[in-house]
Design a protein around this ligand. Structure first.
Ligand code: 5AD
Ligand code: SF4
Length: 469
């Protein structure tokens, strides 16, 4: 969970956004902020002083809706307290729970003024105005403004570009959504239902946003999409361009030093994208490529449409193109029908790949997905035990990967002052956090850093002697 941060201005209305879930929601929260800045809202990190509170919600795993309703209960108290002090607070629910539950949220939580899905963010100022118009109505007549449509129009052409000072305040790395939605229909996943069909932003639109970000000082871009490597934006001639070609075009932007993308599906790792990894030094050697399971039987039931062996051969091809490629993955344990042997097959794939990091989850049936109606659900204790074993293996691999960096010199994008005085921090090409002693003057550029140790989730570095002196 993340919270929007930027310096508030005097006399403005204050906006507080609480963001749950994936990086696409982080990006969306920034774009909602951008949409509201011209209407007199400034972000705050203090929920207690907010005039507008937005929950940007995630629906991917269990209990998502319940969490939102309990948060709304707390917000009701906050609103009552603020009202007793003569202030009002408007409350909105955005994101995938809003998309999935829509009117149900308005019905169950009358405290909510706005409910809107990810395709309606550009309409936020009008929706707010509409909601404000309903505020004088007696509670019994008041209804939230609800918008969960998938409109024809392109919200990105309607959303204002980020203000330069705001982009600068957001830092040296930025997210850029290039693709939304998913047509893969993995049988466990709600995304195709909440985020809708796959759509890609036109090439020029993406390039223009990237140039804007880089002009404001951004050095590293992470391209986002639920299925980012299925990107197929149109160029000015109406020709479809894949993610590989997009990477080559972005590499031409002067001042852009690093490029990443997430999340990818193995079936969409095409030759052009693999070639981009071979050719473009700015494309970082760290790839999030979920496989979910190592058992062909379970992969089939998950509708992943590839085998474990195809995944392993794909990684070989990627490593042929970029030998230092580090991998990260997502795993689900306890998919319906998963046997001990299926689970062992997953561990075998993990051992063979050797991940730099991985995210693992117990399967949770999501309403409306085919997986939810499968009868052979795996008992909770079995899921717990498998998750523990899988995570223990991944932790070992992450530690070994981090330890293998000790003694090497890595280019580190120094992004911020460290937690301790006299320290600065940044990221390695492999997305590892790196801390080192150094002056804040180092912030804003890539420096060669000698890795001298590891701590739980990060690397400890130092500047090479000549530079440190
Ligand atoms: N149960 C458990 N994990 C899930 N994920 C998606 N849907 C489910 C579910 N129903 C995991 C997948 C996906 C990641 C974002 O969340 O591993 O890659
Ligand atoms: Fe969900 Fe599968 Fe699409 Fe990923 S590829 S968003 S897991 S349906």
């Amino acid at each position: 969970m993340t919270e929007t941060a930027a310096p508030p201005r005097a006399n403005s209305k204050k906006l507080f956004i609480r963001t749950y879930g994936c990086q696409m929601n982080v990006y969306d929260s920034d774009r909602m902020t951008d949409a509201l800045l011209p209407h007199g809202y400034e972000p705050t990190t203090e929920i207690g002083e907010a005039d507008l509170v937005l929950l940007n919600t995630c629906h991917i795993r269990e209990k998502a809706s319940e969490k939102v309703f309990s948060e709304l209960g707390r917000l009701k108290e906050l609103q009552a307290e603020r009202r007793s002090q003569g202030h009002d607070v408007m409350i909105g629910v955005a994101g995938c729970v809003a998309q999935a539950e829509g009117e149900e949220i308005a019905r169950r939580a009358p405290v909510v003024d706005l409910v809107f899905g990810p395709q309606a963010y550009h309409k936020l100022p009008q929706m707010l105005e509409q909601a404000q118009g309903r505020r004088h109505l007696p509670d019994a007549l008041k209804r939230a403004v609800v918008d969960t449509d998938f409109p024809e129009e392109d919200k990105f052409t309607k959303l204002p570009a980020a203000r330069k000072d705001v982009t600068i305040a957001r830092g040296l790395t930025a997210f850029l959504t290039v693709q939304e939605g998913c047509d893969k229909f993995c049988s466990f996943c709600v995304v195709p239902y909440t985020r809708g069909a796959e759509t890609s932003r036109p090439l020029e639109q993406v390039l223009a946003e990237a140039r804007n970000l880089v002009a404001a000082g951004v050095k590293e871009l992470t391209l986002l999409g639920q299925n980012v490597n299925a990107y197929h934006g149109l160029d000015g001639n109406g020709r479809s361009v894949g993610l590989g070609e997009l990477a080559y075009r972005l590499a031409e932007i002067e001042g852009l030093e690093r490029l990443r993308y997430t999340t990818s599906h193995p079936r969409d790792m095409d030759d052009a994208l693999i070639a981009a990894h071979r050719d473009l030094p700015l494309l970082m050697p760290y790839l999030h490529l979920p496989v979910q399971s190592g058992s062909d039987r379970i992969l089939k039931a998950m509708n992943r449409r590839h085998t474990a062996d195809e995944y392993l051969r794909l990684i070989e091809r990627i490593k042929d193109a970029r030998p230092d490629m580090a991998l990260s993955g997502d795993f689900i344990v306890g998919f319906p029908g998963e046997t001990d042997q299926d689970f062992e097959d997953t561990l075998a794939v993990i051992r063979e790949v050797g991940y730099a990091s991985a995210y693992s989850f117990k399967y949770s049936p999501r309403p409306g997905t085919p997986g939810a109606s499968l009868t052979e659900q795996v008992p909770e204790e079995v899921k717990n035990e498998r998750l523990q074993r899988l995570q223990a293996l991944v932790v070992q691999q992450t530690q070994a990967f981090n330890a293998s960096m000790v003694g090497r010199t890595l280019p580190v994008l120094i992004e911020r002052v460290g937690r301790q005085a006299g320290q600065v921090g940044g990221r390695s090409p492999y997305l590892q956090a790196v801390h080192l002693e150094g002056s804040p003057d180092l912030i804003g550029a890539i420096h060669q850093v000698e890795i001298i140790g590891t701590s739980t989730n990060s690397l400890v570095g130092r500047l090479p002697v000549a530079q440190a002196a």
